[in-house]
Write a protein that binds this ligand. Structure first.
Ligand code: NAP
Length: 205
């Protein structure tokens, strides 16, 4: 699958690494494709990854991952034009800090409002980015919690998450995204108390 990744930092870089290792192709949409950090990432990943501008990433991806600081999300999505029409848009962002007046209850719902033609799925936001490289905690695999309104889109994201070793818990519709975003805040709070070697898992019987 061709995946456009907006942002080549902790989240974008690590998911790009894993997805290419799993047989996918990735184009990172970045501000400066010649930046030394981006070039080092590409050198490490190999020829199934490349970098270009953000519009190219919207165009390239059958699936597009948003892995940008929240402050950059709206202005970046404004550049998408029709390119996200019908595409799966994975939102891995967290909207930390003060929330702008008029915002919806979650970042993911704001994103869906800004690009209504995209099929938004929230995922990969509720644990530290380093764990995307290794989702195994002893004998347990970390869970990623996903939500969205398009069942077919969620099935694709579930597979992309399982491809890199996650258990996947479907938390329902996009209106539940605020719960996943609160889970991320809980992860951050706990990581400051007990360290970052933590992840959430839903126990079921
Ligand atoms: N880090 C975590 O553990 C973690 C966990 C879960 C969720 N998240 C969320 O995931 C998102 C990304 O976090 P991250 O840790 O991956 O961030 P990061 O390491 O700082 O990477 C951000 C990426 O976005 C790019 N970027 C910044 N401003 C941009 C703009 N205006 N236009 C285009 N690209 C821009 C940066 O490029 P430059 O190099 O050009 O600045 C960089 O490639 C955030 O919303 C964060 O809350 C992070």
């Amino acid at each position: 699958m061709k995946i456009g990744i907006l942002g080549a930092g902790n989240i974008g870089g690590n998911l790009g690494r894993r997805w290419v290792a799993g047989g996918h192709e990735v184009l990172f949409g970045v501000r400066d494709a010649h930046n030394a950090k981006v070039q080092a990432l590409l050198d490490e990943i190999g020829s199934d990854a490349c970098a270009a501008n953000v519009v190219d990433a919207f165009d390239y991806g059958e699936v597009v991952l948003l892995a940008l600081p929240w402050q950059a999300v709206q202005e970046t999505l404004e550049q998408a034009g029709d390119l996200l029409k019908g595409k799966i848009l994975i939102d891995a962002t967290n909207r930390l800090g003060a929330v702008a007046p008029g915002s919806l209850p979650s970042a993911a719902e704001d994103i869906a409002k800004w690009v209504p033609e995209a099929r938004v799925v929230k995922a990969f936001n509720s644990l530290g980015a380093e764990h995307l490289l290794n989702t195994q905690f002893g004998s347990q695999q970390a869970d990623t919690f996903i939500c969205g309104d398009d069942e077919a889109a969620k099935a694709v994201v579930k597979q992309l998450a399982e491809d890199i070793g996650f258990g996947v818990i479907d938390a329902g519709s996009l209106s539940n995204a605020h719960l996943l975003e609160s889970l991320a805040k809980l992860w951050i709070t706990l990581s400051r108390r007990v360290g970052r070697e933590i992840a959430f898992k839903l126990l079921q019987r």
